[in-house]
Design a binder for this molecule. Structure first.
Ligand SMILES: Cc1cc2nc3c(=O)[nH]c(=O)nc-3n(C[C@H](O)[C@H](O)[C@H](O)COP(=O)(O)OP(=O)(O)OC[C@H]3O[C@@H](n4cnc5c(N)ncnc54)[C@H](O)[C@@H]3O)c2cc1C
Length: 389
């Protein structure tokens, strides 16, 4: 691979929410950063909606907190029920509200901010498939994406440091030969965003029912996201089938399948993984490339933003001090510990939402009741709002 290209200070592979935030943070410091993103346009259904207080603080670092608050809806409290009986309720007033905004909109705000800070830093339509750590810099081999097809034209990008923020199926992680270790917490869910007819536009509702959990969360524009655990994927996923599952478990649930179902229903299998290490040489991993957290508990994107904040500090130090080879050791230790905590919290959430009957159901309900009274309620609210990360 000829190496005549210009040398960037940092190349970020992946222009998802984590890569974009990191690029904004570095660009704001005047660093020469480039983001290589395979897709020309972001599309598809929205994944994350929950922005927790630490995530909002991370966005505030690039001046996006008030824009996010203006576009999002505030989730101020949560209630847990089973068979129509309230097991517990909690307010997020002291721990800080969770904000709900579809991920595609959050990403658009980040892209716009990056364009303001460093026009041209985001290079869309470039897929990285090769990586060579030369000791003093890293050479990335990439292909230009044509309209719909990858053209065969190869390109080389050089950078003193590289960050792989290329998602769960990270090619950078594979190129670095870093193991992807499976962790407990695996289950199937169906999901549907629809009009919010619950009359509780600021409340997260968690129904811990014997047949499996049903959760629903406010979204902007008078909409609501419904999520239900299922034993296996539905062969024929339709909004009315999701509504039927919700209706069969939750008495009086106000989920009208015909009402403005945004984007249609979707299904996902929650899984959890942690990279065996988050760096090698001059390359670090961040976000989903480093840790896959179950969406139950909604923490993956927020956790990735905290990786970005930590990396900003480590990269700044490495670039200033002449680039020591151990640049990411502290990052690796701290962020893997944080991800391990998030994985344990999500696995706990998933166990609580599993189908249960008889003694197991009674034990689970007793646990939820105990968690919903002081002082444990404060601990729980802190966990929900990610205060401990
Ligand atoms: C149903 C669902 C609900 C969720 N809800 C929440 C929530 O409420 N709160 C929360 O915090 N998290 C939530 N998450 C998790 C959240 O969506 C992810 O944690 C987040 O998208 C991770 O961001 P990322 O930037 O690390 O990776 P991604 O968003 O996956 O972005 C990676 C980018 O890298 C690009 N890429 C990949 N390979 C290459 C390559 N070779 N070259 C160039 N570019 C490449 C991809 O095109 C992509 O744009 C949810 C997830 C799901 C599935």
């Amino acid at each position: 691979m000829p190496e005549s290209a210009a040398m960037h200070e940092v190349a970020v592979v992946g222009g998802g929410p984590v890569g974009l935030l990191l690029a904004c943070l570095l660009a704001q410091r005047g660093r020469d950063v480039v983001v290589l993103e395979r897709r020309r346009q972001r599309s598809g259904g929205s994944r994350a909606i929950g922005i927790h207080p630490p995530g909002l603080r991370a966005l505030a670092r690039v001046g996006l907190d008030s824009e996010v608050r203006a576009a999002a809806v505030e989730i101020r409290d949560g209630r847990v029920t089973c068979d129509g009986r309230v097991l517990g309720a909690m307010s997020f007033a002291r721990a800080g509200s969770v904000w709900s905004l579809p991920q595609l909109e959050t990403e658009e705000l980040l892209r716009r901010r990056l364009r303001e800070l460093a026009p041209g830093a985001l290079r869309a339509g470039i897929a990285v498939h090769e990586l060579h750590d030369r000791g003093t810099h890293v050479a990335l081999g990439a292909e230009l994406a044509g309209d719909g097809e990858f053209a065969s034209e190869p390109t080389t990008v050089l950078a003193r440091y590289v960050v792989g923020a290329d998602g769960v199926r990270s090619g950078i992680r594979n190129l670095l030969q870093i193991d992807w270790v499976a962790k407990p917490g695996r289950a199937h869910y169906v999901m549907c965003d629809t009009r919010d007819d619950t009359g509780e536009p600021a409340t997260a509702l968690l129904h811990f029912e014997p047949a499996g959990v049903v959760e629903s969360f406010p979204m902007p524009g008078g909409r609501r996201r419904w999520v239900a655990r299922v034993r296996r994927p539905l062969p024929d996923l339709r909004a009315d089938r999701v509504a039927a599952i919700v209706g069969s478990r939750v008495d009086g649930a106000r989920f009208d399948a015909g009402a403005d179902v945004a984007g249609g229903p979707s299904a996902f299998e929650a899984r959890q993984h942690l990279a065996e290490r988050m760096h090698r040489g001059r390359v670090a991993l961040a976000g989903d490339a480093a840790h896959e957290i179950s969406p139950i508990g909604g923490q993956g994107m927020n956790l990735g933003w905290l990786d970005a904040l930590a990396l900003e500090r480590e990269l700044e130090h490495a670039l200033e001090t002449g680039a020591p080879y151990d640049a990411f050791e502290r990052y690796d230790r701290d962020r893997r510990a944080s991800a391990a905590r998030a994985i344990r919290q999500a696995a706990f959430n998933m166990r609580m939402g599993a189908p249960a009957s008889g003694g197991r159901l009674r034990l689970r309900n007793a646990t939820v009741r105990a968690l919903a009274v002081p002082p444990l309620r404060a601990v729980l609210a802190r966990a929900f709002t990610m205060r401990w990360l």
